[in-house]
Design a protein around this ligand. Structure first.
Ligand SMILES: NC(=O)c1ccc[n+]([C@@H]2O[C@H](COP(=O)([O-])OP(=O)(O)OC[C@H]3O[C@@H](n4cnc5c(N)ncnc54)[C@H](O)[C@@H]3O)[C@@H](O)[C@H]2O)c1
Length: 441
């Protein structure tokens, strides 16, 4: 089998295809398209049309899309033109929090039905060890009638980008790569090194590469869970959590984790994949399991804190105007999947509070469809009794305390203006001086 795909890509004799053009697939396609021919395939025709028209549903930058040479398509037959195929489709969890492999299986079938001879297929979707070789390969083999290792090769390279973060991008984060054998790993390395300036880090097996991704995200989940527990403890002890954490960081081995809501498509989901794998192999991961539960419970905890503060200020809950700032799963990003702000809002509603939600990053229609919430533009927010700043979008962060105070009902004394600053965006000193009734994790 020819293993010189990188040369064929450089000379334009073959193409690279990316399957699934979301937060992960699109930036990869854009970066590769600066050096080689790229086909960008997605089953979502609306999304393909948007990209063809230079629009940006996945936060990769309108200019980047408009200037790229990617051939966007939803015609699977075009995949036959590509000898290097990258798969970046979603791997969410189902209602019961078990892995949902349906998109992965569907993408594998599409790849199989349109597989070029001698191709290398690299999965980037987050999975637990064994999924690529045990679930995806058989589907591709069946759909193509071609044997893996003989007619085509398989690899896995987890994606580690941080959408919304201009520093940690496809090109600047070192890429873990793995192939079914040494030769394939080397070829995959060479292809990624065309576009990933930070270079690659090969590991010995596909299972190892799969483990890297779920474990690094689960490690983060557990560390945040511990900070959340510490934060609750500090709250009961009248100690400012962040003052403790800042001081802890001065030790050479202090870890810079913060308490908070863990939502989104990665950290909040990937631990469930690792827990499922642990169950499969009969291994207990009680630290991870408890940590996950701690993080899942944080939205309710914060909602209850808001209620406690409003009751403490002798407010009638049903007359309170509560504003929730931010619904995306994190700052400066449009992704609303697994939004913990939505959980927080649902909990507030159980107290007859009907929060008014704003978020200029989120798509109005998607929020309505996914959560039944009507977003209100920031400029149209009514004066508040209580503001819960959930997401650290730049806009909220850049407000001065004076501007913040103007967001409240004018007839309220400052100590009845309630602020929950979940991301600790504002200076503690200024908050203390403001007279606001504030609380932070
Ligand atoms: N978003 C992140 O921050 C991030 C970071 C690292 C890794 N990951 C992992 O990368 C993978 C992709 O995540 P994402 O955030 O880009 O998802 P996404 O939902 O933003 O994008 C996935 C795209 O795949 C398309 N798709 C679904 N099924 C398809 C199919 N059968 N064929 C072709 N296209 C299909 C969807 O239409 C969508 O456009 C997941 O496994 C995720 O866990 C995500």
């Amino acid at each position: 089998m020819s293993q010189h795909i990188v040369q064929a890509l450089i000379s334009g004799n073959t193409k690279l295809a990316v399957i699934g053009l979301g937060y992960v697939g699109l930036p990869a396609a854009i970066e590769f398209s600066k050096y080689i021919h790229v086909i960008g395939f997605d089953i979502d025709q609306k999304r393909i049309r948007a990209y063809q028209n230079g629009l940006d549903p996945a936060d990769s930058g309108v200019e980047e899309i408009q200037n790229s040479s990617i051939e966007f398509t939803s015609d699977p037959g075009r995949l036959r033109e590509a000898q290097f195929v990258i798969v970046a489709v979603p791997t969410p969890t189902a209602q019961d929090r078990t892995p949902d492999f349906s998109a992965l299986m569907e993408a594998s079938r599409i790849v199989g039905e349109n597989l070029a001879h001698d191709a290398i297929v690299v999965f980037e979707s987050t999975v637990y060890p064994g999924v690529t070789e045990e679930l995806c390969v058989p589907v591709i083999e069946q759909a193509s009638g071609l044997k893996c290792g003989q007619h085509w090769k398989i690899g896995y390279s987890p994606e580690r980008i941080n959408p919304g973060d201009p520093v940690h991008t496809f090109s600047t984060v070192r890429k873990i790569v793995s192939g079914m054998d040494k030769e394939t790993t080397e070829e995959i390395q060479k292809v990624y090194e065309l576009a990933v300036k930070a270079g690659t880090y090969p590991v010995s097996t596909i299972r190892t590469a799969e483990a890297v991704k779920v474990m690094e995200n689960s490690q983060r989940d557990v560390n945040i869970a511990f900070m959340n527990e510490c934060s609750k403890l500090c709250d009961k002890s009248d100690i400012d959590t962040y003052e403790v954490f800042e001081a802890m960081k001065t030790k050479w081995n202090g870890l810079p984790f913060q308490p908070g809501l863990v939502g989104g498509h990665c950290v909040g989901e990937d631990s469930y994949y690792l827990l499922e794998y642990a169950k499969k192999v009969g291994c207990s991961m009680s630290v991870l399991s408890h940590g996950r539960n701690t993080n899942e419970a944080m939205a309710d905890y914060i909602a209850c804190k808001a209620v406690e503060k409003m009751m403490g200020a002798k407010k009638d809950l049903k007359d309170c105007t509560v504003l929730v700032w931010g619904i995306t799963f994190k700052e400066n990003c449009s992704d609303i999947r697994n939004s913990k702000a939505a959980d927080l809002i649902a909990k507030l509603r159980t107290y007859q509070i009907n929060p008014i939600v704003t978020d200029e990053w989120a798509d109005l229609e998607s929020v309505r469809e996914m959560y039944g919430i009507e977003l209100v533009p920031f400029e149209k927010l009514p004066p508040a009794d209580c503001i819960i700043v959930v997401v650290g979008h730049q806009r909220y962060q850049s407000l001065s305390i004076e501007q913040l105070l103007k967001m409240y009902k004018t007839d309220l004394p400052d100590n009845k203006k309630i602020l929950l600053d979940i991301k600790s965006l504002y200076s503690l000193e200024e908050l203390n001086a403001s007279g606001l009734c504030f609380w932070r994790l």
